[in-house]
Design a protein around this ligand. Structure first.
Ligand SMILES: C[S@@+](CC[C@H](N)C(=O)[O-])C[C@H]1O[C@@H](n2cnc3c(N)ncnc32)[C@H](O)[C@@H]1O
Length: 157
């Protein structure tokens, strides 16, 4: 199974980008993983929040095939412990899913079309994080999940 994380806009902070890349590199030893960054929408300052979300939504949906499972990172989504998240990933692998795609929304979240297409929503916390920080937190959780599945001493219950 290929796991893909789609996010919008390049990471502004070098330090944050370095940490994200560190986990992306580590993940490569465990699974097929791709971080797919959609470039920022041009002239977004001249757009309303709704139009920006709509444009971002179109770009997100272009990247999704019919058979892909699409899960949105969303404060209102389902909460998992790290252990439960590792079990969730294992189930998806066992089910023979080809592509599991997670998406992080832009600064204003997702358009209605993206919500309609999604197969599920996953929350990392009831608190709202910046869309750039979520990348780091989530790649670390995917990495952690794989170390749990392999009984490696990274995660401590
Ligand atoms: C700044 S937030 C947007 C918040 C906005 N209130 C909304 O309606 O979604 C940008 C993106 O970061 C992600 N995000 C932020 N906090 C999150 C959390 N606690 N759990 C999961 N995803 C989160 C979501 O993908 C969200 O679309």
């Amino acid at each position: 199974m290929q796991i893909k994380l789609i996010a919008i806009g390049k990471t502004d902070s070098k330090e944050l980008e370095q940490l994200i890349q560190e986990y992306v590199k580590r993940l490569g030893f465990y699974t097929k993983f791709e971080l797919d960054i959609i470039p920022d929408i041009k002239n977004s300052k001249n757009l309303s929040e709704a139009s920006q979300k709509e444009k971002e939504g179109e770009l997100i949906l272009k990247k999704v095939q019919q058979s892909d499972e699409l899960v949105l990172l969303d404060e209102q989504g389902k909460h998992y412990s790290s252990l439960a998240f590792s079990e969730y990933l294992q189930k998806k692998m066992n089910a023979g899913l080809k592509n599991l795609i997670f998406v992080i929304g832009g600064p204003y979240g997702f358009s209605d079309e993206v919500y309609k297409r999604a197969n599920g929503k996953l929350s990392l916390s009831a608190m709202t994080f910046s869309h750039q920080m979520v990348r780091l937190f989530f790649v670390e959780q995917i990495y952690r999940a794989h170390t749990i599945l392999r009984n490696e001493p990274y995660h401590h219950q």
